[in-house]
Design a protein around this ligand. Sequence first.
Ligand code: ADP
Ligand code: ASP
Ligand code: MG
Length: 419
Amino acid sequence: MPLLVMKFGGTSVANLERIENAAKKVQKEVERGYDVIVIVSAMSGETNKLVGYVEGTSKLYDAREYDAVVASGENVTAGLMALRLQEMGVPARSWQGWQVPINTTSAHGSARFMSIPRDNLDAKFAEGFKVAVVAGFQGVSAEGRVTTLGRGGSDTTAVAFAAAFDAERCDIYTDVDGVYTTDPRVSDKARKMDKIAFEEMLELASLGAKVLQTRSVELAMRYNVRLRVLSSFEDTDEQSGTLVCGEEEIMESKVVSGIAFSREEAKITLFTIEDRPGVASAIFGPLADAGVNVDMIVQNISEKDYDEAHPGAVTDMTFSCPINQVERAKKALEDAQAAGKIKYDDLIIDTDVAKVSVVGIGMRSHTGVAAKMFSSLSAENVNIKVISTSEIKISVLIDRKYMELAVQALHDCFDLDKA
Ligand code: ADP
Ligand code: ASP
Ligand code: MG
């Protein structure tokens, strides 16, 4: 029997009526002859509420208990979805992560898949069940404890099941009708794309586009899963939405295909550090040990280049990291200073920054994208604080209050509203 994976995000299962609406979409695919694995998120707002309960109980919480609480939102929707399908005459059974079992690492709060054995679900399909409703976002560790995969993790659950069960396609149903050139909530000129390459989607997701969890795109790319994003609120058919696929399936590609942004950034500068071999390692080693995800880095040049004759040269170092890791970063640096491992005069933290990035595989073969991006920002009087580039993206750190303006200006400047 051909098999589909259908994932419904939080807004698509926000209440009983929406669960029924989603169940009807599942029923349609069953009628077309598919066995279906449905992956559900918690009802919208539910996970945030559960996280709030944990944080309200314990500041430095035990991550195992965080997972025990936070994973529960998905259990509710999985059971309700199975019940709704049964009411509609569709043989369906719900599964929590441990029942499948979805085996993950023990990294609570950000666990990764180890294996998804097919036996239990296959046996149920063989009994005549048409739908397995699986709670997204969760798994079980080797120690037998519930784990979660990081926020937005149900997307990754969906892709992992599509890979494990050789699904014909993995359909991600959400509150937008596909992947847009930028978040449609920020630019009303954002345009839906019919197709986007894995590499581009991976960059957009990792640079802040929340429409797919980054890890889900990584997995889809690795296992060549046909991944589609589409609306749960509209009538959809096989052509709907946006297909995330290999580059070779995309006929023509623009130089820049999308713009991503992330509000939750912070910038930290260490003033007057020694300019000598080993300093970067002495700074970023402790940050890595403290679990800080350092993103962009700039080191200023010294007045004098380091050499044996100028051992006293000094410089400044700036880096960015997620805003919720600032305290951890500050402590790691202060501890390193106190232990005599690094020396700086001042540590300045700026939490009013955002990152805006332009992404496109066409950048590999085109020059001038950075110049065009910077001139567009300068025309809007937006000051750039940090820049970083890779083969297919350019990111800038700017004042957060200009983020929307910058996204809109860049969208215009690269003509993204035009196909
Ligand atoms: P779900 O609950 O279904 O997982 P999410 O809220 O996680 O939904 O993701 C969908 C949201 O992603 C959209 O409502 C949209 O605001 C946001 N988004 C950000 N960037 C993009 C983009 N480039 N294209 C489409 N949606 C985007
Ligand atoms: N419910 C989880 C979250 O809000 C996982 C998901 O919806 O993908 O992050
Ligand atoms: Mg999501």
